[in-house]
Design a protein around this ligand. Sequence first.
Ligand code: HEM
Length: 143
Amino acid sequence: MIQSIKLKYLLTLTAALALGANLAVADDTPLGKEMSSMNKSLRALKKQVADPAKKDDSLALVAKMKKNLEESVKFDPAKTKDQPAAGKDAYLANYKEQMQALGKSIDELEAAIKADKPEDAKKVFEKLSEQKEKGHKDFAPDE
Ligand code: HEM
């Protein structure tokens, strides 16, 4: 009996610690915060982009993503500090370039929503996913 209570306690503690560790990673950096916010907007947009009644709300979400992006460009990825000094400039230039490309896609998303073209918006979602994947492969810490 006591053994099983101990075990339960241990399991709860382990779960709490694991959760705590996850929370510590999430939103850990100012850049991470902007990214999380962008992610939330994008998830909402994917659900509602074809809904004409939500057009204004969708455009507001896109505007929020643009703000997040503007902020994101101001920060250096946390991994910048691990780059060899000689490669740092190129690393950051590449980061800014990929961010700019992301900004272009967000503009395209906005244009598609404004023009009531959800099919075009869905194509941009695919592009955004690819840009996110590449950006994270090149700049984000391993999960
Ligand atoms: C639609 C596109 C994108 C979405 C939705 C997205 C979303 C996210 C999310 C959810 C995180 C984890 C944040 C956290 O909780 O800590 C993250 C982290 C990160 N992302 Fe993105 N991301 C996108 C595109 C990009 C691109 C294009 C780049 C690079 C050019 C990038 C670079 C990073 C970096 C460097 C981190 C780690 C934070 C840090 O180093 O401080 N992301 N992103």
